[in-house]
Write a protein that binds this ligand. Structure first.
Ligand code: PSV
Ligand code: MN
Length: 431
């Protein structure tokens, strides 16, 4: 494609150097998989089709509530974010869409943004609304909530923003709105727990009614933060009840970081699939809370178990199953482009491993209550090194066999550091 941010010749040359080694590794893995009755090219073909959306906010350096350490050359507006996303897409070939956030990504002409993205072959996944912070000139504050606020004027303002997001999303070619609200209470007694949810639902009904026919709304739950005592949409149960109340176009989005550390997330995923209400994911990884660490960097087994449920649902053609895959991470100490490439790869790896699960054997072992062998069947898939499949999938689409190496060799970050002089802002926090 003309206009790639990284010279395609660099990718071709780097791939040439690695192609003989990859061919040997691929052949050897193919032989081993064949012994298990698996055809490697068909797995590669399925992996080639794996796609996950990049969050536009993810390409800027993240931070904690203590500090943010900006990286030279980080994007200053959504057009520069788009360029960074194009690098990730060019090298990984697994990230063909962006998930934008408004008003952070506000532009005068959304159609222009769409056209600029299309130059790289990029499209738009779910649009995310933001009623969790105040912006200059805003009439009403979200300090005490938005869609569930006690004051009807605040709720109206928050509803209007979501309707605006739908309008922008339509211009971008998106088909879904993700609604995460920070509403909740910091102290027992601060909020009437039942009425807060009723107010939320009443607001969401207005938003739901404005959805175009082929759109969905994704309800994103979160256990805590910034509300530290009780969050209005705290868990998948509340999210499910709201989605059911609203109707078929409302589904539940699972952000992996939005649960207590010991929660069995793959079971939640299985429940939502069974109920026909799984909207999709915000993938990330965590150790303690909503850490927003790189997908697969802490608990790759959990991601594999989630993918296992997803592949299982796909294989048995579960009803109302069309999950949207997005990443939602905060990159505090790495180059976000590298982190997002590695994360997309880790998700693709878990997907490939899940494709290797011997589902007939597993079903039979489960029916016989053979706990040990059932576990071994899953582990055989998880413990397979699928790196040659991932590399081949990328190379087949003119991506890089070793994307991080090509990215580093390209000098992209240094170039951007010169082109995008740093803005001195004291901002901290997640974006
Ligand atoms: C909240 O923690 C969240 O996961 C929501 O998806 C927000 O929109 C996103 O992070 C962006 O910061
Ligand atoms: Mn999220």
């Amino acid at each position: 494609m003309a206009g790639w941010p990284i010279d395609p010749e660099l990718v071709i040359q780097a791939n040439r150097q690695r192609s003989a080694e990859l061919a040997r590794d691929y052949e050897s893995l193919g032989e081993r998989l064949a012994r298990r009755g698996l055809e490697i090219d068909s797995i590669t073909e399925q992996v080639t089709r794996f796609a996950v959306a990049i969050p536009t906010w993810g390409v800027g350096t993240g931070g904690t509530r203590f500090a943010r350490f900006p990286l030279p050359g980080e994007p200053r507006d959504v057009f520069e974010k788009l360029e960074d996303c194009a690098v990730i897409w060019q090298l990984s070939r697994a990230t063909p869409t962006l998930s934008p956030h408004f008003p952070w990504d506000a532009v005068d002409e959304p159609a222009e943004l769409r056209a600029r993205a299309a130059v790289f072959g990029l499209g738009f996944d779910a649009v995310n609304s933001n009623t969790f912070q105040d912006l200059p000139g805003q009439a009403h504050s979200y300090k005490f909530g938005s869609l569930a606020h006690t004051d009807g004027f605040v709720r109206e303002q928050a509803i209007a923003h979501n309707l605006e997001c739908i309008r922008i999303g339509q211009a971008l070619g998106s088909k879904a709105l993700t609604v995460w609200i920070a509403d909740g209470a910091n102290f027992p007694g601060q909020q009437h727990l039942t009425r807060a949810l009723e107010r939320y639902l009443a607001s969401m009904r207005v938003i739901y009614a404005a959805l175009p026919g082929d759109w969905r709304v994704f309800i994103e739950h979160k256990l805590y933060e910034p509300a530290l005592y009780a969050t209005v949409i705290a868990d998948w149960g509340t999210s499910y009840v709201c989605a059911r109340e609203l109707g078929p176009k409302a589904q539940c989005l699972v952000d992996l970081g939005h649960h207590a550390p010991t929660t069995n997330i793959e079971q939640i995923v299985a429940r939502l699939i069974g109920l026909g209400k799984l909207a999709g994911f915000h993938f990330n990884d965590s150790k303690y809370g909503d850490d927003d660490l790189d997908s697969g960097s802490i608990n790759p087994f959990q991601i594999f178990l989630v993918m296992n449920e997803l592949v299982d649902a796909e294989v048995r053609r579960a009803a109302d199953f069309a999950p949207a895959y997005m990443i939602d991470q905060s990159h505090n100490v790495t180059d976000p482009i590298e982190s997002l490439i590695a994360s997309a790869q880790n998700l693709q790896r878990a997907f490939a491993q899940a494709l290797l699960v011997d589902r007939d054997a597993l079903a039979e072992q489960q029916d016989r209550n053979d706990a040990l062998l059932a576990r071994e069947t899953l582990m055989a898939a998880f413990q397979t090194d699928v790196a040659p499949i991932l590399a081949r999938a990328r190379a087949n689409k003119e991506g890089a066999i070793d994307p991080i190496a090509v990215y580093r060799a390209s000098g992209y970050r240094d170039r951007k550091a010169k082109e995008r002089p740093q803005e001195l802002s004291g901002r901290s926090g997640i974006v």
